[in-house]
Write a protein that binds this ligand. Structure first.
Ligand SMILES: Nc1ncnc2c1ncn2[C@@H]1O[C@H](COP(=O)(O)OP(=O)(O)OP(=O)(O)O)[C@@H](O)[C@H]1O
Length: 246
């Protein structure tokens, strides 16, 4: 499904990504963990197409998308949400999802000539709002939403292109326990043919929700394995978990 081969990225003289390879098969829940500055967000930006790797390739279903911009990559099935809200605050939930639909379909300048497609867009918008727990809030202004609901909407925007692989950058950061619970439920309920790759700092969440974990350290993969393997790894315990799983 999603395959990254031997990615390298340097900022000035600083090598931030050093030979990272990943394979995310259909439906897998895969977490990337690592200390601050390990290169997790940089890796996400490379996978999503916001940064070009110095070396290496990214393939979706066997097709090399390394040279594709983020929107083109999203249309091939790779979509991301952001760590910071990326919402159109003066609009409603529906407006935001509709705009994401326009972007996802690549309408651009043809927007006004395609309003006949409005019905399909509205149905899609309602379906995604339901998926992210916002069906009751479709006509609510985004600025009136709670922080947790805004983050749910972020996931909704990333779902609009019907991705095969969804990249979630710290989906529960800054959330209350209640909001975290809602977000986890939402992620658990996503279709099982959708692969999810997430960066996450909350170890309980990672160990209980991921099928596989990649541990990054100084831009390199320290290890990859099941939650049980990672939790039991001496090297991960020493370099990252401070000698004890948190
Ligand atoms: N555009 C850039 N120019 C220069 N250095 C950068 C740039 N982007 C990131 N870095 C550096 O690369 C390193 C990795 O950053 P990155 O944000 O990928 O790490 P991270 O693992 O996501 O960290 P965190 O957990 O704190 O979000 C950091 O030392 C950061 O300062």
């Amino acid at each position: 499904m999603l395959r990254a081969e031997n990615l390298f990225k340097t900022f000035g003289a600083f090598q931030v990504t050093k030979g990272v390879s990943l394979e995310i098969p259909t439906g897998l829940r895969h977490a990337i963990i690592g200390p601050n500055g390990a290169g997790k967000t940089t890796l996400f930006n490379i996978l999503a197409g916001e940064l070009k790797p110095d070396e290496g390739r990214i393939l979706i279903d066997g097709q090399d998308v390394t040279s594709f911009a983020p929107d083109r990559r999203a249309r091939r099935g790779l979509s991301r949400s952001f760590q910071k809200n990326n919402l159109f605050l003066s609009g409603t939930v529906r407006d935001n999802l509709m705009v994401a639909d326009i972007v996802a379909r690549g309408y651009g300048s043809h927007f006004w000539t395609r309003l006949s497609d409005n019905r399909r867009a509205r149905e899609k918008t309602s379906a995604v709002a339901e998926q992210v727990g916002l069906a009751e809030l479709l006509d609510r202004g985004v600025s009136e939403l709670s922080y947790g609901a805004q983050r749910q909407l972020e996931v909704g925007l990333a779902l609009m292109p019907d991705p095969k692989v969804l990249l979630l950058d710290e989906p529960t950061s800054g959330m209350s326990p209640e909001e975290t619970g809602r977000m986890l439920q939402l992620i658990d309920d996503l279709p099982r043919d959708l692969a999810v790759l997430l960066i996450e700092h909350d170890m309980d969440l990672v160990f209980s929700h991921a099928d596989r974990i990649t541990v990054l350290n100084y831009g390199e993969i320290l290890m990859e394995g099941t939650p049980q393997e990672v939790r039991g790894s001496d090297i991960v315990q020493e370099t990252y978990l401070g000698g004890k799983a948190q």
